[in-house]
Design a protein around this ligand. Structure first.
Ligand SMILES: Nc1ncnc2c1ncn2[C@@H]1O[C@H](COP(=O)(O)OP(=O)(O)OP(=O)(O)O)[C@@H](O)[C@H]1O
Length: 419
């Protein structure tokens, strides 16, 4: 397994729906290799080997210890980290990331581990901030405040999300925020999954730390790192999910952004100097730093044992992902001077935004003047038709005034009305 990008496969047990439909295990696992089998257990198709393949008895905690724990702990030392759950609809991604009341998922395990690790680093002061967004039909939604608008901006350290961030001091607070966000997520019932995620979600934890100096007024060095937990919506085929109408539209967006993700993975695994289509979807744009960038990354591919086509497609994706090379850098240390540089850049981009808004306002003002002028002309026409039988001198006087320059239009109109 590469140290910087780890790709593992997790096979979930058959679920009630599949048992009721008399579906059976189409895969057997031996020595981290998946073999396609028929109903009698005979090998019939392709096989796929990975560094780690977890069978149906594996606990999420084992996966956590193998491929997530070290990323969370490195985040307390200033490394960025990203954990993806990828797989077809109903393969167990949300179960793995979030867990249930009885079985904790990757996020709760990470949160507990994070606060434990921090507690054991007494010479640094930590600030932990949490945000939670979803990408629904290519729109960004702030799951911690649905009225907020989420923006993506390029900063000197990479692409940054501007969304609600809550400072938290206990694991319970973080998990409360996760629960609050989960309630706001778009889900729907399909033939494949009673509670299917209709969006990609990104649970972000920002960890900031500085050396603890008793009585010190000013701190010069700050480490900032970002942990992303990405629960991807599942690749789906409308024929199997029974999606129509809005669900069909959602499925189209999900599939499109996943195919951009697949393309980005392909490009990253082929040639490091090639153009990479990060900008083709919000998902890849936001996660640009975690894909072939400055991040330690683990991809957990969830597969259902009763599917063949979708499982093969997930395993092919996992194969490609293995070859991506990330370059996590240790120097994620922001000194006060780099922070000033970053803040200056942000100020300058906000100034540009303000300029654009001012120009828009000016254009709106011009439009407004044009409309007022049109209104005056229309009122002139109305006056003409009503006043045909009135004093001809008064009418020609009014006409003369109406043909004066535009700025005078409104006052002219008032004069005419007074006359
Ligand atoms: N390891 C497991 N053990 C038992 N049940 C599981 C396991 N993994 C998943 N399940 C069950 O399988 C079903 C589908 O799981 P889940 O909702 O996590 O899939 P998903 O991949 O997130 O689907 P979607 O993409 O449609 O949101 C759920 O009922 C879940 O409880």
């Amino acid at each position: 397994m590469s140290d910087n990008i780890k790709v593992v496969v997790k096979v979930r047990p058959l679920i009630k729906r599949e048992i009721d439909q008399k579906l059976f295990y189409q895969w057997r696992i031996n020595n981290n290799t998946l073999y396609q089998i028929d109903r009698r257990g005979k090998d019939v198709g392709p096989s796929f080997t990975f560094d780690k393949v977890y069978d149906t008895t594996t606990k999420t905690e084992d996966v956590y210890n193998d491929v997530v724990k070290n990323i969370v702990e490195a985040a307390t030392r200033g490394f960025n980290g990203t954990i993806f759950a990828y797989g077809q609809t109903s393969s167990g991604k949300t179960y793995t990331m979030r867990g249930t009341n009885k079985v904790p998922g990757i996020i709760p395990l990470a949160v507990l581990n994070l606060f434990d690790t921090i507690k054991n680093i007494p010479d640094r002061d930590f600030v932990v901030r949490v945000s939670y967004i979803e990408i629904y039909n290519e729109s960004l939604i702030d799951l911690l405040n649905l009225r907020n608008t989420v923006r993506i901006k390029k900063t000197h350290s990479g692409v940054k999300l501007f969304t609600t961030e809550k400072v938290t001091v206990t694991p319970e607070e973080v998990l409360e925020l996760m629960k609050k966000g989960n309630v706001n997520r778009h889900t729907g019932s399909t033939h494949m999954n009673k509670k299917s995620s209709r969006s990609h979600s990104i649970f972000q934890i920002t960890i900031e730390s500085r050396v603890h100096i008793e009585g010190a007024e000013e701190v010069d060095v700050v480490n900032v790192s970002l942990l992303n937990f990405v629960d991807l919506a599942g690749l789906e085929r409308s024929g199997e999910t029974g999606a129509t109408g809005l669900q069909f539209k959602e499925g189209t967006h999900i599939n499109k952004s996943l195919s951009v993700l697949g393309l980005v993975f392909k490009q990253l695994s082929e040639d490091q100097n090639k153009h990479v289509n990060y900008r083709d979807s919000k998902l890849t744009r936001i996660l640009q730093n975690s894909l072939g960038g400055n991040s330690k990354t683990s991809i957990i591919c969830a597969v259902t044992p009763a599917a063949v086509k979708e499982t093969i497609s997930t395993l092919q994706f996992a194969n490609r992902a293995k070859t991506i090379k990330n370059t996590p850098a240790e120097n994620l240390v922001a000194t006060s001077s780099t922070m000033i540089q970053s803040l200056t850049q942000e100020v300058s981009s906000l100034k540009t935004e303000l300029e654009i808004k001012k120009r828009l306002e000016l254009n709106l003002h011009k439009d407004n003047c044009n409309l007022q002028e049109k209104l005056a002309n229309l009122q002139r026409l109305i006056l003409d038709s009503f006043d045909q039988n009135r004093n001809p001198d008064m009418i020609s006087n009014a006409r003369r005034k109406l043909h004066q320059p535009r700025r005078a239009t409104i006052s002219t109109l008032h004069t005419i009305q007074e006359e």
